[in-house]
Design a protein around this ligand. Structure first.
Ligand code: ATP
Ligand code: MG
Length: 344
């Protein structure tokens, strides 16, 4: 069992997390999420991983692109080492209980809570009046994704911490309002050197698959040339790397590249600094590019192989949806009973 996954009283430890098929996978998704999902697989805890297509459509998705992105994300999970016999892997829309519990949580969450969500503010931008209602309600659906499985631990990147905290608020209010201890207080699991990989063009902005600038990110499907070029062009300052990790504190772009190097090589930042501290970027960037190509090329080759057999991907998702529903349906049924909804 990973050290981060300790049982919470009365609930069997269970891991849930998801990624949106809102574009191609980035290095941020790999290091902040997928790689850690795979690592948790061997921890003796049930692991449930989702392609959250209902979250993706909170912003416009071309239908044909959504189909391809859903399969490509699934291929990315599989290529990175997610084993559909050891984990449950499925797409959210195929387990209707997510939407059903999401509605209940829309009625539990308070407008004041939703108004504090920074992801909505970032994504809606200046023109919030034109944003979809779904984008605003997104965190309540995310709470449903997690609590539908009574998940106790959610591995995510730093940017999702606020949404997991909201999930706890929703669980606590539901439990309090109905006088029950039905939902667990889920813990976010945010660990490692790359919990917030930044844009290669702007050290103050998160690397995102939906960023309009392709140069801002490394895609899992980029070839060696594209990776090397993007790292060579990554924004930095003119100074060489500092000799100690503390020297990175005020240098976001340098810190980002060092963090990426640490996560890819599975070292601490201190170990990386012992290796490359004091070197100019003209030496460090090629080292980073080689490492990134080394780690990502086998995954992207494997992704391409899976993509040649979409029927097999669809079969894996369907099988996962059936297994997910077997856990979700009784939890939703019990929720309905607690709330007072009459049914069989
Ligand atoms: P979008 O731009 O559509 O929101 P995204 O790249 O932010 O896409 P998500 O599907 O929203 O990806 O997030 C999936 C997971 O990847 C989450 O756990 C999130 O915290 C993590 N993640 C996303 N971007 C990064 C990043 N730059 N660094 C580390 N983790 C990240
Ligand atoms: Mg995101």
């Amino acid at each position: 069992m990973s050290e981060a996954v300790q049982p919470t009283p009365a609930f069997t430890p269970r891991v849930f997390s998801g990624i949106q098929p809102s574009g191609g996978l980035t290095l941020g998704n790999y290091l902040g999420a997928i790689k850690r999902f795979v690592d948790m697989q061997g921890s003796g805890v049930e692991t449930i991983y989702c392609v959250v297509d209902m979250h993706a459509i909170t912003v416009w998705q071309d239908p044909a692109a959504l189909v391809r992105q859903t399969r490509e994300l699934t291929a990315g999970y599989l290529a990175a080492g997610l084993d559909p016999t050891r984990s449950i892997l499925f797409n959210q829309s195929q387990v209707a209980e997510h939407a059903q519990l999401g509605w209940i949580f829309n009625c539990v969450a308070r407008l004041g809570w939703m108004n504090r969500m920074t992801q909505f503010k970032d994504k809606a931008g200046k023109n919030a009046e034109k944003a979809s209602l779904g984008l605003y309600a997104y965190p309540a659906l995310m709470a449903a994704d997690i609590l539908l499985y009574h998940a106790t631990h959610v591995p995510v990147g730093e940017d999702q911490k606020q949404h997991v905290e909201l999930t706890r608020d929703i669980a606590a209010k539901f439990n309090h309002d109905f006088g029950t201890e039905f939902f667990p207080m889920t813990e976010p699991v945010i660990e490692g050197a790359a919990t917030r990989v930044m844009s290669l063009r702007d050290g103050s902005k998160k690397m995102s698959k939906s960023d309009p600038s392709d140069a801002s990110r490394i895609n899992m499907t980029d070839d060696a040339d594209a990776i090397a070029k993007k790292i060579r062009k990554a924004k930095t300052d003119p100074e060489p790397l500092p000799s100690e990790a503390e020297g990175l504190a005020e240098r976001p772009e340098a810190r980002n590249l060092v963090n990426i190097y640490a996560a890819l090589s599975e070292q601490t930042v201190e170990q990386v600094m012992a290796e490359v501290g004091g070197r100019p970027f003209s030496e460090f960037k090629p080292l980073l590019a080689d490492l990134a190509v080394d780690k990502l090329a086998p995954i992207s080759t494997e992704m391409a192989r899976y993509m040649q057999d979409p029927a097999e991907i669809d079969r894996i998702l369907k099988d996962g949806a059936g297994r997910a529903r077997a856990i979700a349906a009784p939890i939703l049924q019990k929720t309905y009973e607690i709330v007072g909804m009459v049914g069989a």
